[in-house]
Design a protein around this ligand. Structure first.
Ligand code: FES
Ligand code: FES
Length: 154
Protein backbone atom coordinates (compact mmCIF):
# COMPACT_ATOMS: atom_id res chain seq x y z
CA UNK A 1 0.00 0.00 0.00
CA UNK A 2 1.31 3.43 -0.89
CA UNK A 3 2.30 5.95 1.76
CA UNK A 4 2.21 9.71 1.45
CA UNK A 5 5.59 11.27 2.10
CA UNK A 6 6.96 14.77 2.20
CA UNK A 7 10.36 14.89 0.52
CA UNK A 8 12.50 18.00 0.53
CA UNK A 9 14.14 18.15 -2.88
CA UNK A 10 16.11 21.10 -4.25
CA UNK A 11 14.74 23.37 -1.55
CA UNK A 12 11.08 22.52 -2.12
CA UNK A 13 8.80 20.16 -0.22
CA UNK A 14 7.02 17.61 -2.39
CA UNK A 15 4.09 15.52 -1.17
CA UNK A 16 4.17 12.23 -3.00
CA UNK A 17 2.68 8.74 -2.76
CA UNK A 18 5.31 5.99 -2.75
CA UNK A 19 5.46 2.24 -2.27
CA UNK A 20 7.50 1.22 0.78
CA UNK A 21 10.06 -0.49 -1.47
CA UNK A 22 10.52 2.45 -3.85
CA UNK A 23 14.05 3.75 -4.03
CA UNK A 24 14.81 7.43 -3.90
CA UNK A 25 16.07 7.12 -7.50
CA UNK A 26 12.72 5.76 -8.64
CA UNK A 27 10.76 8.49 -6.87
CA UNK A 28 13.00 11.28 -8.16
CA UNK A 29 12.74 10.13 -11.76
CA UNK A 30 9.26 8.64 -12.02
CA UNK A 31 7.50 10.64 -9.33
CA UNK A 32 9.08 14.06 -9.59
CA UNK A 33 10.37 13.98 -13.17
CA UNK A 34 13.94 14.80 -12.12
CA UNK A 35 15.56 12.73 -14.83
CA UNK A 36 19.01 14.32 -14.51
CA UNK A 37 19.64 11.63 -11.91
CA UNK A 38 20.38 8.61 -14.09
CA UNK A 39 19.58 4.94 -13.65
CA UNK A 40 22.57 2.83 -14.62
CA UNK A 41 23.31 -0.39 -12.77
CA UNK A 42 20.52 0.12 -10.19
CA UNK A 43 22.67 -1.80 -7.72
CA UNK A 44 25.26 0.53 -6.20
CA UNK A 45 28.00 -0.02 -8.73
CA UNK A 46 28.22 2.96 -11.10
CA UNK A 47 27.41 6.24 -9.34
CA UNK A 48 25.31 7.81 -12.08
CA UNK A 49 22.36 8.03 -9.66
CA UNK A 50 24.31 10.07 -7.08
CA UNK A 51 22.47 12.83 -5.22
CA UNK A 52 23.31 14.86 -2.14
CA UNK A 53 21.48 13.87 1.04
CA UNK A 54 22.17 16.31 3.87
CA UNK A 55 25.26 17.39 1.94
CA UNK A 56 26.69 13.90 1.44
CA UNK A 57 26.91 12.18 -1.93
CA UNK A 58 24.87 8.96 -1.89
CA UNK A 59 23.64 6.45 -4.44
CA UNK A 60 19.93 7.13 -4.74
CA UNK A 61 19.37 3.61 -6.10
CA UNK A 62 20.49 2.23 -2.75
CA UNK A 63 18.32 4.41 -0.53
CA UNK A 64 14.63 3.89 0.10
CA UNK A 65 12.58 7.02 -0.42
CA UNK A 66 11.11 6.39 3.04
CA UNK A 67 14.60 6.79 4.51
CA UNK A 68 15.01 10.20 2.91
CA UNK A 69 12.11 11.80 4.78
CA UNK A 70 13.28 14.78 6.84
CA UNK A 71 16.51 15.10 4.87
CA UNK A 72 17.62 17.69 2.38
CA UNK A 73 18.01 16.14 -1.08
CA UNK A 74 19.80 17.93 -3.90
CA UNK A 75 19.84 16.67 -7.47
CA UNK A 76 21.64 18.07 -10.49
CA UNK A 77 18.54 20.16 -11.26
CA UNK A 78 19.06 21.92 -7.92
CA UNK A 79 22.58 23.16 -8.59
CA UNK A 80 21.81 26.01 -10.94
CA UNK A 81 20.38 29.25 -9.57
CA UNK A 82 18.08 31.50 -11.62
CA UNK A 83 19.24 29.76 -14.78
CA UNK A 84 22.92 30.27 -13.93
CA UNK A 85 24.99 27.11 -13.85
CA UNK A 86 26.92 26.10 -10.77
CA UNK A 87 30.68 26.79 -11.10
CA UNK A 88 31.23 23.02 -11.20
CA UNK A 89 28.92 22.69 -14.19
CA UNK A 90 30.76 25.54 -15.89
CA UNK A 91 34.08 23.88 -15.12
CA UNK A 92 32.97 20.54 -16.61
CA UNK A 93 32.10 22.38 -19.82
CA UNK A 94 35.35 24.37 -19.80
CA UNK A 95 37.49 21.27 -19.23
CA UNK A 96 35.69 19.26 -21.92
CA UNK A 97 34.82 16.68 -19.26
CA UNK A 98 31.57 15.60 -20.94
CA UNK A 99 31.34 13.06 -23.75
CA UNK A 100 28.22 10.89 -23.86
CA UNK A 101 27.12 12.62 -20.66
CA UNK A 102 25.53 9.65 -18.94
CA UNK A 103 27.84 9.72 -15.92
CA UNK A 104 28.15 13.47 -15.69
CA UNK A 105 25.29 14.41 -13.38
CA UNK A 106 26.52 11.87 -10.84
CA UNK A 107 30.11 13.06 -11.28
CA UNK A 108 29.14 16.67 -10.70
CA UNK A 109 27.05 15.83 -7.64
CA UNK A 110 29.87 13.75 -6.11
CA UNK A 111 32.28 16.59 -6.88
CA UNK A 112 29.91 19.05 -5.25
CA UNK A 113 29.81 16.92 -2.11
CA UNK A 114 33.60 16.89 -2.07
CA UNK A 115 34.01 20.65 -2.54
CA UNK A 116 31.41 21.42 0.13
CA UNK A 117 33.51 19.43 2.59
CA UNK A 118 36.96 20.22 1.20
CA UNK A 119 37.01 23.31 -1.06
CA UNK A 120 40.61 22.79 -2.16
CA UNK A 121 41.20 19.05 -2.54
CA UNK A 122 44.42 17.52 -3.77
CA UNK A 123 44.28 15.44 -6.94
CA UNK A 124 44.36 12.21 -4.94
CA UNK A 125 41.43 13.43 -2.88
CA UNK A 126 39.45 14.25 -6.02
CA UNK A 127 40.15 10.82 -7.47
CA UNK A 128 39.19 9.18 -4.17
CA UNK A 129 35.92 11.15 -3.98
CA UNK A 130 35.04 10.12 -7.55
CA UNK A 131 36.13 6.52 -7.19
CA UNK A 132 32.51 5.40 -6.91
CA UNK A 133 31.52 7.10 -10.17
CA UNK A 134 32.28 5.22 -13.37
CA UNK A 135 32.84 6.85 -16.74
CA UNK A 136 33.22 4.85 -19.93
CA UNK A 137 34.24 7.77 -22.14
CA UNK A 138 36.58 10.39 -20.76
CA UNK A 139 39.45 8.51 -19.14
CA UNK A 140 38.76 10.62 -16.01
CA UNK A 141 41.60 13.11 -16.57
CA UNK A 142 39.34 15.91 -17.81
CA UNK A 143 36.84 15.25 -15.03
CA UNK A 144 39.57 15.66 -12.41
CA UNK A 145 40.71 18.80 -14.23
CA UNK A 146 37.17 20.18 -14.09
CA UNK A 147 37.04 19.74 -10.32
CA UNK A 148 40.42 21.46 -10.02
CA UNK A 149 39.15 24.40 -12.09
CA UNK A 150 36.05 24.73 -9.90
CA UNK A 151 38.17 24.44 -6.78
CA UNK A 152 40.48 27.20 -7.93
CA UNK A 153 37.51 29.55 -8.29
CA UNK A 154 35.98 28.82 -4.90
S1 FES B 1 22.39 3.34 -10.70
FE1 FES B 1 22.90 3.68 -8.62
S2 FES B 1 25.00 3.12 -8.46
FE2 FES B 1 24.45 2.58 -10.51
S1 FES C 1 30.97 10.84 -20.45
FE1 FES C 1 30.19 8.92 -21.15
S2 FES C 1 30.16 7.66 -19.37
FE2 FES C 1 31.18 9.47 -18.74
Amino acid sequence: MKKILNLQVNGETHEIAVNPADTLLHVLREGLGLIGTKRGCDSGGCGCCTVLVDGKAVYSCMLLALSAVGKSIVTIEGLSTDGKLDPLQEAFIKAGAVQCGFCVCGMIISSKGLLMENPHPKEAEIRQALSGNLCRCTGYHKIVEAVRIASAHS
